[in-house]
Design a protein around this ligand. Sequence first.
Ligand code: F6P
Length: 365
Amino acid sequence: MTNGIKKIALLTGGGDCPGLNAVIRAVTKSAILNYGYEVIGYKFGYRGLYNNDFIPLNLSTVSGLLSKGGTILYSSNKDNLFDYAVEENGVNIKKDVSDIAVENLKKEGVDVLIVIGGDGTLTSARDFARKGVNVIGVPKTIDNDLGSTDITFGFNTSLEVATEALDRLHTTAESHHRIMILEVMGRNAGFIALESGIAGSASVILLPEIPYDINKIAEKIEERKKNGKLFTIIVAAEGAKPKNGEVMVAKIVADSPDPIRLGGIGNKIAADLEKIVKEREVRCTVLGHIQRGGTTCTFDRILSTRYGVAAVELINEGKFGSMVCLKGNDITYDSLENVIGNNKKVDPNGELVTIAKKIGISFAD
Ligand code: F6P
């Protein structure tokens, strides 16, 4: 034991993501085998911290977890303890209950809290760090939109799923001479659409960062027809929007800190396109949460393991208030103060958009 640290706690917050269990496993194994720390896991994200609801984590609890999607600690994307829904005198109000969480950590003798999450969860992690809690963040999200890191864990698994879906759509689209749209996740960032679109050989990629012109999509379909290709594959990010238009909102989750759930743009494009490309059917597949579930891909198993081990090393070095990151091929870290508020977006003039355009992929811009 070094640094006076004896006990660490983990929690997983926000939408689940392939690789969460792999991080839990790596942190637990590395903490116990190298430093002899005691490890516990709070259940349901910050709600478990508020309710002091946790399980002990040891070498046997984390055995067999590496490839398994989801999180054995469960998750919640509704429980911001700095603005928490409570009932007082029969009235539902929102209030800052973060002091209760800090008290619970003290009561259990937790020296360090490792928070595995995306920007919402890590914003609270930063706020707990500001209150003096020893916090380390681990960047999770299939959207790959967190600042300071090149790649979040989970992103590559969702890419594998979206790419396989595009491969499968190709064969059926070709058989029926159809125009097939795949709507993928990613919130306000187009990384999943861009990279799966390139890997899955889409002819049109629609991103939140590059508003589209429906007539330009129709032009691409026409160009392919002239070249004897009577089918077209389009991948649309859920946050894609037409020029001078708005994003499509599928649902408002009122009690979530980030209440807007995007979705529906794929079906809108299908309906709009059918009015222009009259002689052929346009169909839309919404990939949805399939992108987040199931087995974790090889890249994410390794990245999650690297992140988990690095998080424990940061504890040993006393680098609190920071998040582990991947820069190029190297694992490093940055302050949560720099991470939050600096979400990434696809660069419309970046290398991947440029190479995609050079091989004839349309962004309908
Ligand atoms: O942030 C991950 C993500 O899967 C987004 O891509 C998507 O917009 C959102 O979460 C969906 O959230 P929920 O699980 O609440 O439907």
